[in-house]
Design a protein around this ligand. Structure first.
Ligand code: ATR
Length: 281
């Protein structure tokens, strides 16, 4: 029997995204496109994990030769507790979205969400955050993941507004290192103006409008919804009605956080812009 160039003794490296639900995850499509583009021999699948089964699922994947994982809702916090080592940004975020199985047998956890968001805003959209006034809506896990990378851009101020005011205040205190962050409720924003408003609440997912006051967008403001997949989210509709200059959804963040994970695993940074264009179409 002859062997061809396409016969390999070694199986391709295995990666996956774990979450619940993951059926509609775009991560397999994104990573397989990155692999094709950079000539990496790997497979990437979506694995649905039931409540209470996360630790076991990670162990099984590793035992089967898996090299790394992306972790999505609702397991990012549990992943943080499961890993042996964490990047500094994962440490602060309290959540892990990227796992790498190290040869030393230990499990490394990173969080690429925040850096993905910042890269999409600053590099892809050419929006400068430095010295700008930022309003962040929400105080859950998604917002925890983006605060450190946003702070690193040195905005002039950050306000966190949330339905449950206590949670916004607690998060503001926890992340007020180097600059003061203010936490408040939506109704307390009335006399302020912001250059960039980022929605990290789950309200768009539920098709709900946030009770935001009129007039809080500065001239030339950008509204960014971390949600994606809905043609126009209620938050972006609000931004349009309020005269925002730019309206952006989370597709760019999704692709950029994936690129950062891919770079960690494979040591090569894929090109992202054309894929963002494809997924946004
Ligand atoms: P995630 O990890 O996705 O951030 P989470 O930790 O449950 O999920 O946080 C969800 C965020 O969306 C919270 O800020 C939540 O507000 P509360 O802290 O008051 O619960 C916010 N949220 C969810 N549904 C909302 C809605 N319909 N209106 C306003 N805020 C909403």
């Amino acid at each position: 029997m002859t062997s061809s160039l396409f016969d390999f003794d070694v199986p391709p490296d295995r990666y996956a995204v774990m979450g619940n639900p993951v059926t509609h995850s775009k991560s397999p499509q994104i990573h397989l496109e990155f692999a094709r583009q950079t000539g990496q021999r790997m497979v990437y699948e979506a694995i649905q994990v039931n409540d209470g089964g996360f630790r076991q699922a990670v162990g099984n994947f590793r035992a089967a030769g898996g090299k790394g994982l992306n972790i999505t809702l609702p397991f990012k916090q549990e992943a943080w507790g499961l890993v042996d080592e964490r990047s500094e940004r994962a440490e602060r975020a309290g959540a892990v979205n990227t796992i790498m199985f190290l040869e030393t047998d230990s499990i490394f956890g990173d969080n690429t969400d925040g850096v993905g968001l910042v890269r999409d805003i600053v590099v892809n959209q050419s929006i400068n955050i430095t010295d700008k006034r930022l309003l962040i809506l929400g105080a859950g896990g998604a917002v925890r993941g983006i605060l450190s990378p946003l702070l690193a851009e040195n905005p002039s101020e950050i306000v966190i507004a949330n339905r449950t005011i206590d949670k916004a205040e607690a998060l503001a205190i926890e992340f007020s290192v180097g600059m003061s962050i203010q936490g408040c409720g939506f109704g307390m924003l009335g006399d302020r103006q912001f250059d960039l408003v980022i929605n990290g609440t789950a309200a768009s997912l539920q098709g709900e409008q946030l009770p935001l006051p009129d007039g809080i967008l500065a001239g030339n403001a950008t509204c960014y919804d971390m949600m994606y997949g809905i043609s126009a989210t209620p938050f972006l509709d609000w931004g349009q009605a309020q005269g925002a200059s730019r309206l952006l959804d989370g597709v760019g963040m999704l692709v950029e956080q994936a690129a950062e994970s891919f770079n960690l695993w494979r040591g090569v940074r894929p090109e992202t812009v054309s894929l963002i264009g494809l997924l946004s179409a």
